[in-house]
Design a protein around this ligand. Structure first.
Ligand SMILES: Nc1ncnc2c1ncn2[C@@H]1O[C@H](COP(=O)(O)OP(=O)(O)O)[C@@H](O)[C@H]1O
Ligand SMILES: [Mg+2]
Length: 376
């Protein structure tokens, strides 16, 4: 099979509502059989993008391709695409089996009992076929909605915040389940969410969307470890971003200065190698000490202003002399005694755990990103 076959491609896809651009010149390829997550704050254009793939919304410009087929102008029901929404939208008067069988019956398939049983087994709902949707929990209904979509063997399954209505624990459990089911059926999943942890745990590829555009796209580990922009650094997890300037290079390292202190960052960890930059370090890559800084580590002094015990770890805020508060996650492994508020501490990190991102001159405070915030 060539690489092209069966890939989902968006080429220059744009959607305007009047003067407002909801999706702005989106170009991306979702490889066949992959688990792809569209991650972004509420209002950034995720649902509109899915609706254009499903054919429920007509792009103002651009094309949607499935393999070699241009489906841009195909009616929704002619596309080999199914959607699972946040609201389960099961037919309340039909049994679970009849809900799952719906797509097959509509296409005139007469023998469907075995397939329905297989699908209920796939989503671990064996034995529930005779019940009505109202007799199931939210999580169970969402499994049935999934079975009802997958029985049609779509080329692409679109999932629009399908776990959004579930409580946290069930959501985490369903994330693992969804990933297992996707691997088992091998169908391309395009999963929309504003939950960064959800996107990272499930997807092979995550595309971070911001105001109708893709900020960055890649494997979760790579994007988390070395984000491309300040927005991504703070949307995918948290980052400490220090306003810094590049002053030169020494071998494989860049020399930067932040608030009067010189630091080094490996040049391979720089998205910007000159001028004004953000010097970034993840909270779990920062360490705290009241004693010696390990050799080779970079450091800054500060004052503990807050400590939040979170069980697995404690989250400290440390105010640096220049006024910024650094966030530090310290695992509660029982090795070190907890630090109290107002302690003087040294924050330190390994140079290879830092990264440099482009910073517009004049911007000295990192952008704050709230996934729940409506961007529009
Ligand atoms: N039918 C519509 N008419 C006008 N504006 C719309 C319509 N649908 C969506 N929008 C706007 O487009 C933007 C993106 O919406 P949506 O794709 O639903 O975002 P998301 O799913 O990321 O929360 C929002 O500002 C929303 O208000
Ligand atoms: Mg939406």
């Amino acid at each position: 099979m060539t690489e092209q076959q069966g890939d989902l491609q968006l080429i220059g896809v744009t959607k305007r509502f009047g003067a407002f651009t909801a999706v702005d010149d989106l170009t991306l390829t979702v490889p066949r059989g992959s688990f792809f997550a569209l991650l972004g704050a509420s209002g950034c254009g995720k649902t509109t993008t899915l609706r254009m793939i499903a054919g429920l919304e007509e792009p103002t410009a651009g094309q949607v391709l499935l393999g070699d087929q241009d489906v841009t102008n195909l009616r929704p029901y002619k596309r080999p695409v199914n959607t699972v929404f946040q609201s389960y939208a099961l037919f309340p008067h039909l049994s679970i089996s009849d809900n799952v069988a719906f797509g097959l019956r509509r296409r005139g398939v007469k023998q469907y009992a075995d397939q329905v049983e297989q699908m209920l087994h796939l989503v671990e709902m064996d034995g529930f076929g005779k019940r009505k949707p109202s007799q199931l929990s939210g999580g169970q209904q969402q499994r049935v909605a999934l079975a009802r979509a997958l029985i049609n063997r779509p080329q692409v399954l679109l999932l629009d915040e399908p776990l959004g209505a579930l409580d946290l624990k069930l959501r985490r459990q369903m994330q693992v389940e969804l990933k297992r089911i996707q691997t088992e059926v091998g169908i391309t999943f395009v999963h929309v969410t504003h939950d960064q942890e959800e996107a990272m745990t499930m997807a092979d590829t995550v595309a971070v969307m911001n105001a109708g555009r893709i900020e960055q796209l890649g494997a979760p580990v790579e994007m988390y470890d070395f984000p491309g922009t300040a927005f991504v650094a703070n949307f995918l997890g948290q980052s400490n971003l220090l306003a810094a300037e590049v002053h030169g290079r020494s071998g494989d390292d860049l020399l930067v200065e932040a608030y009067g202190t010189r630091y080094t960052v490996p040049a391979a960890r720089a998205r910007a190698a000159e001028g004004t930059v953000w010097l970034g370090v993840r909270p779990e890559k920062l360490h705290l000490t009241t004693g010696e800084v390990p050799s080779g580590h970079q450091s800054a002094t500060g004052l503990v202003t807050d400590s939040s015990y979170m069980g697995v770890s404690t989250q400290y805020l440390v105010r640096a002399p220049w006024g910024d508060e650094l966030t530090v996650f310290v695992p509660n492994s029982g090795v070190a005694a907890p630090l109290s508020v107002a302690s003087e501490v040294t924050v330190h990190w390994r140079p290879e755990h830092a990264f440099l991102l482009p910073r517009p001159a004049g911007e000295t405070h990192a952008p704050v990103v709230d996934p729940e915030e409506v961007a529009a």
